[in-house]
Design a protein around this ligand. Sequence first.
Ligand code: SF4
Length: 330
Amino acid sequence: MKKEAAYYSALEGGRVKCLLCPHRCLIASGKSGTCGARANEGGALVSLIYGEVTSIAMDPIEKKPLYHFYPGSDILSIGTRGCNLQCPYCQNWSISQDHGASSRKYGPAEVVKAARAGGSVGIAYTYSEPIIWFEYVMDCAALARREGLKNVMVTNGYVNPEPLAELLEFVDAMNIDLKNFREETYRKVQKGGLADVLRTIESAHGKCHVELTTLIVTGINDDMKELSELTDWVASLDANIPWHVSRYHPSYRYDAPATDIDFMLEVCKMAKNKLSYVYCGNISGSYGWSDTVCPECGNVAVRRSGYRTKVDGVKDGACVRCGAGLYIRQ
Ligand code: SF4
């Protein structure tokens, strides 16, 4: 399904400039931008993926991962194809980097109806990069909001400020990837920019619920000094922002060994000195880093085993034992 895109300007000679993300692609007629999802058709920029759903499933919200936003609930999760970054180790490359991935058309009303019928807390725009699905996400999110559903984005955060501000009017929670803490690595490896992602995190914080994820990738960001600087930055913004440390496994074009588990556990210990909520994911067994523990009294507020979640130590976002706020929306 095609739809004229938002955020572009038409230039002389039939070219267009897409203004959705910091790439600001200059696109000649008949060509598409870096993400493969937006193309110049006769001097107009069109979204090639409006309503094109490659993946749809009712997932536990902890799978996004979101551990502090309606913990224990299910959320209808949808994704499309394409991405505006190019991580060589992408764990979802079969849809993010395959511009021909097969899809089924869903109108926004159909998605909202499916979410309501399934008892979902809302809709998660996830699996690949929802920023490049901007027009569809906006239409679904506005309708979902009217129907009392929550909107969640799982995103790389590589978006320009104006479209982000528009999204934040409808988005209730974001899990934002903070892939590393080196501008040079973002430029060379992911073909993006760290400063742009940090700006997104700062803007989203306070406007919606925010959690962060960092995939620790062997040979790319498995550096304690860098990760220590990253957690310093998060703590300076808000030490209550949950940080998910996730284990890389060889995928797509990158075949370095999976991240060393002992290193990941060291990273978690380092981070816990600065941040209230640190979680270790994508490993078999939790190693003690999947429960939500009250930072004031040590009470286990939310107990997790795989995707089984028991929420019995928190009420109205606060610890039932000592009453401390746990940065939880429920
Ligand atoms: S959204 Fe796609 S087309 Fe637009 S600037 Fe970003 S990569 Fe380029």
